[in-house]
Design a protein around this ligand. Structure first.
Ligand SMILES: Cc1cc2nc3c(=O)[nH]c(=O)nc-3n(C[C@H](O)[C@H](O)[C@H](O)COP(=O)(O)OP(=O)(O)OC[C@H]3O[C@@H](n4cnc5c(N)ncnc54)[C@H](O)[C@@H]3O)c2cc1C
Length: 404
């Protein structure tokens, strides 16, 4: 494995970096303050769409979509995309500017991989153009959804339609004013073998019977404008042509979706960890306590050294996973994807926590991005599969490997 960035990647890193320096960092505090203001809930900051147009114009658009999608994709491998996603992860809302934000990236991959021509024309094209946003509805309040076979939402055939009934929550992005479609996982056959009961279906957000009941808060943050919604579906009727692939393929599609989604989160989290370390270094280089700058205390140096080691270890593991996905496919890379999903959010949480500590009270305020990073890292230990589920599967597969 050679993780030296190619000339092409180095040039793209420079271009994303320049874009961030010129357009994104200078707006960071203004946009964060706008989204934190309860008066602006579920409203997009007025400069966001213009910035997206600029990024698109600059060719820094949809960089996440791997090159096996031909004309749809800008042609990067996961390995080439990794350092770019890392840069985007340094600012909470930067990924959206490059049309590379969750949950749209995972949903676009699903539509690119499993959608038919009509579904792609109706939903993938506007998502790729960044004119609409989307949500992914799998988790349910009434069942342990870390086991996706538990979902209870019913998708029942009725003439040319399916009728959907159930409850979903933690539907990230569903509060966004531009969210127009959800990919929903439910059951078409409750009596079938456990992994073929599920199907995925496209549900336009304005379908009668789909009710956004409330936004959920995360440690008190509403994450406007995307939000995380609780949604009730009461006799929601959509045409049969909205089904992705055939009945019973939902679980397999979910597995396919979550691999790329997970690695993208890990790449962004490394950006958050890296920037936390940089902010910590800047802070301790000048702040004086008990007659010394903080950097001269051994405990602070150890925190910095430990953080640097952990970030680099994790970055290399993520690159190894990206490389395996590129060369052997997502399925073969599943153990590495589980490893990075276990390691990266926990590493980021620890690094951010040290940076918060070194900043004193300022660290938990909104004057730095640290509090937001901490919340992101902590919640990523649950979202896209809790830590224990990945460890359970990785442990099981590791024993199987060495005892076969
Ligand atoms: C901020 C945020 C955003 C999210 N976005 C989305 C989204 O867009 N779409 C969506 O569908 N879902 C989303 N989720 C939901 C997320 O994927 C689920 O919360 C997660 O899968 C866990 O499901 P659950 O909450 O039902 O927990 P449960 O299934 O009830 O699990 C509770 C706990 O049990 C433990 N546990 C479970 N299995 C095992 C095991 N095998 N071994 C040991 N311990 C175990 C774990 O500690 C786990 O956290 C989001 C969640 C958060 C917090």
């Amino acid at each position: 494995m050679n993780f030296e960035y190619t000339e092409k990647t180095k040039a793209l890193i420079q271009r994303v970096q320049d874009f961030m320096d010129v357009y994104i960092y200078p707006l960071e505090q203004e946009v964060n303050a706008f989204y934190a203001d309860p008066g602006n809930l579920w409203t997009v900051h007025p400069k966001i769409e213009a910035l997206k147009a600029q990024a698109r114009q600059a060719g820094l658009w949809n960089l996440f979509l791997p090159k096996d999608y031909g004309a749809l994709s800008p042609g990067l491998t996961n390995l080439e995309y990794a350092p770019l996603a890392e840069l985007m992860g340094r600012v909470k809302w930067a990924s959206e500017i490059f049309n590379c934000s969750a949950p749209d990236t995972g949903n676009m991959e699903v539509l690119a991989r499993y959608g038919n021509a009509a579904q792609q024309a109706q939903w993938l094209q506007p998502l790729l153009a960044g004119t609409i946003r989307s949500a992914f509805l799998m988790t349910e309040p009434d069942v342990a959804s870390s086991d996706a076979t538990n979902v209870q939402t019913a998708i029942v055939a009725d003439g040319d339609d399916y009728v959907i009934n159930g409850k979903k929550w933690w539907s990230s992005g569903a509060m966004h004013p531009h969210c127009k479609v959800a990919i929903l996982m439910g059951k078409t056959d409750f009596g079938a073998q456990r992994h073929v009961q599920q199907s995925m279906i496209l549900v336009p957000m304005d379908t009668p019977g789909l009710k956004v009941v409330r936004p959920l808060s995360v440690f008190g943050f509403l994450d406007s404008p995307e939000g995380h919604a609780e949604i009730h579906l009461d006799n929601v009727r959509v045409p049969k042509s909205n089904l992705l692939q055939e009945e019973g393929s939902g679980f397999a599609i979910a597995q396919g979706r979550l691999g790329p989604g997970r690695i993208h989160h890990c790449m962004r989290l490394i950006g958050a960890a890296q920037r936390s370390l940089e902010l910590m270094c800047e802070r301790v280089a000048t702040r004086v306590a008990f007659g010394r700058t903080l950097q001269d205390f051994s405990s602070i140096r150890q925190d910095i050294a430990r953080s640097r080691c952990e970030i680099e270890q994790t970055r290399l593991l993520v690159l190894a996973a990206a490389d395996k996905m590129d060369r052997h496919g997502n399925k073969v890379a599943k153990d590495l994807i589980a490893m990075i999903k276990i390691v990266t959010p926990a590493m980021t949480q620890a690094v951010v926590d040290r940076a918060i500590q070194a900043h004193g009270g300022m660290g938990v305020s909104a004057d730095t991005p640290l509090a937001g990073y901490w919340v992101y890292a902590r919640t990523m230990r649950l979202a896209d599969g809790p830590d224990e589920v990945h460890m359970h599967q990785l442990g099981r597969d590791t024993v199987k490997h060495w005892t076969r």
